[in-house]
Design a protein around this ligand. Structure first.
Ligand code: PMP
Length: 347
């Protein structure tokens, strides 16, 4: 640390992204990306955008928001576009939270955003079975962020439970992070019309093969979106580059293909879960594009290390409640067969 770093950041522990190794080709099941490359139309859109790189991009993402509004069944003014959904989450935390409640096991960035922004974190432990206790969040009168399906566990809350949380906290903002919603679970986007305190975030990183292009969305009441845009324009209005805007538009136009890919992932998830269970694993019921599983024989850290040596990357978290588990992104059937084969060798 330099002597110039502001003292308020001296204890800040930044987010640790999943490994993105460049040294060798792994079967990469560690960061919940899609195994399917983007379609032809997306590639063409990005190539076309390259020749316009001398010009600034549209800071309002006008055309993209119009298409996204059709996709989500909202108005264009109910949407703001960001550089991945990490950015909409950061902006929303900044705009709306003094204090924020979220589960102990969830997306690690929530705690980091709370820390960097000086927001008090009210961390609510998940139950023993890794489910959220809805009563922890009803009528608490503070900011709330819930990933649905939840990160790391993959478990989804029914929409009726989310509505109870939103309805009972109408004087504070509830963020529902739907990064994995296209693999199961019920979206709460339509509830944003009923509840002006609900902000839903989505991303094209997982279900639409655009993790590296960085495109996320905030969806909510016009005034919430306007507040977020006030901050966005106070920071970086050109946050979504032209190639990404055009790529995202092309992805929406080709939505059916991406939803078909999601259906394949869901099939592969059920296949992988069932094979792991036969090998003695406890696999949580996932509604997302990853599974969270624990062996009855092998330690999570050991499985992670040994699979890595064999060229398969999964994610391992060292926190007390997660250290026995591994998180495995669902890839193609071929990738999952290789993964299972390597696990069998370890056993
Ligand atoms: N929310 C959750 C729950 C996630 O797991 C992730 C991916 N790491 C994100 C948001 C952010 O994704 P992105 O910034 O790629 O949209």
């Amino acid at each position: 640390m330099s002597r110039f770093f502001r003292s308020r950041y001296s204890n800040l522990i930044p987010y640790t992204p999943g490994e993105q190794p460049r040294n060798m080709e792994y079967i990469k099941l560690n960061t919940n990306e899609s195994p399917f490359p983007p379609g032809e139309s997306v590639v063409r859109a990005m190539e076309k955008a390259a020749s316009r790189a001398n010009l600034y991009n549209d800071p309002e993402c006008t055309s993209l928001r119009r298409k996204a509004a059709e996709l989500y069944g909202t108005g264009a003014d109910n949407i703001t576009c960001t550089n991945g959904s990490d950015e909409i989450l950061y902006l929303a935390f900044s705009a709306f939270f003094d204090e924020a409640a979220f589960p102990d096991i969830t997306y690690g960035f929530y705690k980091v955003y709370a820390d960097v922004l000086g927001i008090k974190a009210d961390i609510k432990p998940l139950r023993e079975d890794f489910t959220i206790d809805v009563s922890d969040y009803t009528g608490i009168g503070k900011g709330i962020v819930i990933a649905n399906p939840n990160a790391q566990t993959g478990i989804a809350l029914p929409k009726s439970d989310i509505e109870r949380i939103v309805a009972s906290n109408q004087d504070s903002v509830v963020i529902v992070d739907e990064a994995y919603i296209d693999f199961g679970g019920e979206s709460c986007v339509d509830l944003t019309k009923k509840y002006p305190n609900l902000l839903v975030t989505q991303t094209f990183s997982k279900s639409r093969s655009l993790a590296g292009a960085r495109i996320g969305f905030g969806i909510g009441n016009e005034q919430l979106i306007a507040d977020i845009n006030t901050l966005r324009y106070s920071m970086n209005p050109y946050n979504v580059n032209t190639a990404t805007q055009w790529a995202a538009e092309a992805a929406i136009e080709d939505n059916e293909s991406y939803m078909a890919n999601c259906a394949v992932i869901v099939e592969n998830r059920e296949y992988t879960s069932s094979r792991l269970r036969k090998l003695g694993f406890d696999v949580l019921p996932s509604s997302s594009n990853f599974i969270f599983a624990k062996s009855d024989r092998l330690d999570g850290g050991y499985i992670y290390e040994e699979l890595k040596k064999k060229g398969v990357l999964v994610r391992h978290f060292t926190d007390e409640r997660m250290k026995d588990h591994i998180r495995v992104t669902i890839g193609t059937r071929e990738q999952m067969d290789i993964f299972i084969g390597k696990v069998e060798q370890l056993l």
